[in-house]
Design a protein around this ligand. Structure first.
Ligand code: ADP
Ligand code: MG
Length: 729
């Protein structure tokens, strides 16, 4: 009888590249057809309604009830024309996934008739029964009400047959229960602080926007193989599996030829993304076998976050049609690279200036430098908070594994920018600068050449790198909702911009002339944040030593890092900008810790089940084959010969015995520890117990099983092996 594994392998191998029927029209002709965007709104809304929505988008004003009812009518008419039968508030609860509860447009009127209905109140606000979403105790089950409210700054779209309305999600008392609410607040914070600072340079700036482009990495795996791996199915990562003789050593996958089947999948999800207005631009093979990347052109921060969440949903859906599963887990396979999501982040004014791009004149370059040093200082002062925003159980396996940045924050600037900062540091004197000094500095500053991203982008080991016209936060995990790291980044930079302005005002009040005052603050920021600058190899052991000597945070413990969001500094920071209340931060920590515990519990259970129900029975069967063989040899040959002939089998029998004993006892010990941990009421203590006592068993058990995989008859091994999972034919 064929094992499940062999059936799965056969199925995977026999798959043909799917011919997808692709629209023969140009992308520009169908781009954003399923989005209720500016031009569609113009067509479907009255002038009054259109202006009101535009104002809400641009200035964050409220759309009033009367107008919202007009908007809902227009939106409904458009959505029905795109084939929608249902509508849903689409939001980002703290599960990390997106959520939607569909309601049909129609409402029964009399017995036999229904009418298509969707009024303004339903557009603006809904009340999903949301008692199962994480709330960190902010919403008692008896008070399960949570509200979703329309976010006009991200356009509605039709996906499948549903009109999806991007929404925030808050509790009955107004506490945020999602990622979007604080993200919008952080964008507002940096906008305000940015505009205030710009007024010293460019008086006509009225808005500072966040620009964000997320490079999404992922793995593909054939779904037949995926379905034969309960660990992948339930935890999105392999909890066992010996490495393949060949995986990424030859680096022959990176930027290589895209397999036909994969190409068909990419093409189709890109088309779906285009219809939803997601401007995907780049696709390529990544380093590990079966690993790929998709990146859009950057967009406004809130929209970019929505689009990244939407992209992940689309990819999952389209993959099914191509008999693939997409893995967004940060480390699905041991021994090969994991997946991240580089977040390219910049600040752009409504006057068309990229504040993180060196300008052409001394004046614009001083503006650039003010923002530039503020970002660096923000990263320095809130290293641990930034780390807190990217750690998770999955990302923990990835960071520091010489394939992704270590858990030490540093900023890469490149030679050119280091030179500029060093020069300012050495040339701006503490005393009053004379005219010549100032002119020289300004001329030098005016000469910052345009930095080509290619010149700066070489250091791939840096967690936070300047790439010519943006910073690239490279430690973000591939499965993450990027809102969280962006909330932190926006807020810590808003804080520095505000501080920059305060320092500047102080100098100005003391009678120092503006240019000089600006230089002085820039210098102050350069000196204050010098320790975070590092251009060397972040993977090296020497960096760890040096970072320690510099007093940078080396903490890499997930649980300790998560707690940084409730540190006094974090609470003060987030309250100052009204991004999170203290209460909301406490709740978030509770949710993250609970999630950690649940994930650990699931991984540990899955591994236990697999070890006892799948692996050991097969191992025993194979051992019996060997025993039978040895017995047969003993019957056939005389003693010395039979001993010689059966000695390899005997060695295997012994190794199998010792390893099965190890697996068996460790699984039982792990279950015992789990029992103890589960009795602990306090979430923090429980997490500690899971982390310290249970997690090590996962590695130990895996170690034994991976060795058993090398001994047991290949035909009998029950789970698809790495060499099968990692290569697509
Ligand atoms: P690389 O892999 O070399 O970093 P990619 O082309 O894969 O480059 O991704 C770069 C990402 O950075 C894209 O999403 C791109 O739109 C984005 N990007 C470019 N300029 C900016 C900017 N000024 N602000 C934010 N993101 C940007
Ligand atoms: Mg990049």
């Amino acid at each position: 009888m064929k094992t499940l594994r062999f059936k799965a392998v056969e199925k995977a191998v026999s798959r043909q590249a799917l011919d997808v029927i692709l629209p023969s029209v140009k992308t520009s002709e169908y781009f954003a057809v399923d989005v209720f965007n500016r031009s569609t709104m113009q067509e479907y809304l009255s002038r009054e309604a259109f202006d009101s929505v535009m104002e809400a988008i641009e200035k964050g004003t409220k759309v009033d009830r009367k107008v919202s009812s007009q908007v809902s009518q227009g939106m409904k008419a458009w959505a029905i024309s795109r084939g929608a039968t249902h509508y849903a508030h689409w939001f980002h609860p703290l599960t990390g996934a997106t959520a939607e509860k569909h309601d049909a447009f129609f409402e029964p009127t009399t017995e036999a008739r229904v009418i298509e209905n969707f009024d303004g109140t339903k557009l603006v606000q809904q009340e999903p029964d949301a008692s199962s979403f994480p709330s960190g105790g902010m919403r008692n089950t008896f008070e399960a009400r949570g509200y979703t409210a329309w976010d006009p700054s991200s356009p509605a779209f039709v996906m499948g047959n549903t009109l999806c309305i991007p929404s925030v999600y808050v509790s009955f008392k107004g506490d945020s229960l999602d990622y979007k609410t604080p993200l919008l607040k952080s964008i507002e914070a940096i906008d305000k602080a940015g505009v205030d600072l710009c007024s010293y340079f460019e008086s006509n700036v009225t808005k500072v926007n966040v620009g964000l482009g997320c490079e999404q990495e992922y793995f593909l795996v054939d779904d037949a193989l995926f379905n034969a791996r309960p660990d992948l199915k339930l935890t999105e990562r392999t909890l066992m599996g010996h490495s393949s003789a060949k995986d990424q050593q030859l680096a022959d996958h990176y930027f290589g030829y895209i397999p036909l089947r994969v190409g068909a999948f990419m093409r189709e999800f890109e088309i779906e993304a285009y219809k939803l207005g997601i401007p995907l631009k780049t696709r390529h093979n990544e380093v590990a076998p079966n690993q790929y990347e998709s990146a859009p052109v950057f967009e406004e921060g809130n929209l970019a976050v929505d689009h990244n969440q939407l992209l992940m949903t689309i990819m999952k859906r389209v993959a099914k049609k191509h008999n693939f599963e997409v893995l967004f887990h940060e480390k699905p396979y041991k021994g090969v690279n994991g997946s991240g999501k580089h977040c390219n982040w910049s600040l752009l004014t409504d006057t068309g200036i990229n504040l993180l791009s060196p300008g052409k004149t001394p004046k614009t370059n001083m503006l650039f430098l003010a923002f530039f040093v503020s970002v660096i200082k923000g990263v320095y002062e809130y290293q641990d908070l930034l780390k807190a925003s990217i750690v998770s159980l999955g990302n923990e396996h990835r960071l520091g594994a010489s394939e992704a940045p270590p858990a030490i924050m540093s900023v890469f600037l490149g030679d050119e920018m280091n030179r500029v900062l060093d020069e300012i540091e050495s040339k701006v004197s503490a005393g009053k600068m004379d005219k010549d000094e100032k002119t020289e500095l300004k001329i030098n500053v005016g000469k910052i050449p345009e930095i080509m991203p290619d010149n700066t982008d070489r250091n791939r080991t840096s967690p936070f790198a300047f790439t010519g016209n943006r910073f690239e936060f490279r430690a973000v995990g591939s499965s993450a909702n990027v809102a969280y790291p962006m909330i932190v980044l926006n807020t810590i930079v808003a804080r520095q911009l505000r501080e920059f302005k305060k320092e500047l005002d102080k100098f100005l009040e003391s009678g120092i002339q503006k240019d000089e005052a600006i230089f002085r603050v820039i210098k102050k920021f350069i000196i204050a944040s010098k320790k975070i600058r590092f251009d060397g190899n972040n993977y090296s052991g020497e960096w760890k030593e040096e970072a320690e000597a510099r007093g940078l945070s080396l903490c890499n413990d997930v649980l300790d890092l998560l707690k940084n969001i409730v540190s006094p500094e974090a609470k003060e920071l987030f309250s100052e900008f009204k991004v999170f209340s203290e209460h909301e931060l406490d709740a978030r920590l509770e949710i993250y810790i609970e999630k950690y515990n649940k994930k650990m519990q699931i991984e540990s259970r899955v591994l236990g089940d697999l070890a006892i129900n799948h692996i050991l029975p097969v191992v025993y069967k194979y051992q019996n084959v060997l025993i039978e063989n040895v017995n047969g040899l003993q019957k056939l040959f005389k003693s010395p010969d039979s001993e010689r002939l059966s000695s390899p089998q005997m060695m295997n029998i012994e190794e199998i015995s010792s390893r099965t004993v190890a697996v068996f006892t460790r699984v039982n010990d792990m279950i015992e520890e789990r029992r103890k941990a589960n009795k602990i009421e306090d979430n923090d203590l429980k997490a500690r117990e899971y982390n310290d006592k249970i997690k090590p068993f996962l590695d130990e058990i895996r170690y034994e099983i991976d060795h058993l995989e090398m001994i047991v008859d290949d035909e009998m091994w029950p789970l698809p092996k790495y060499r099968e999972l990692l290569f697509i034919r």
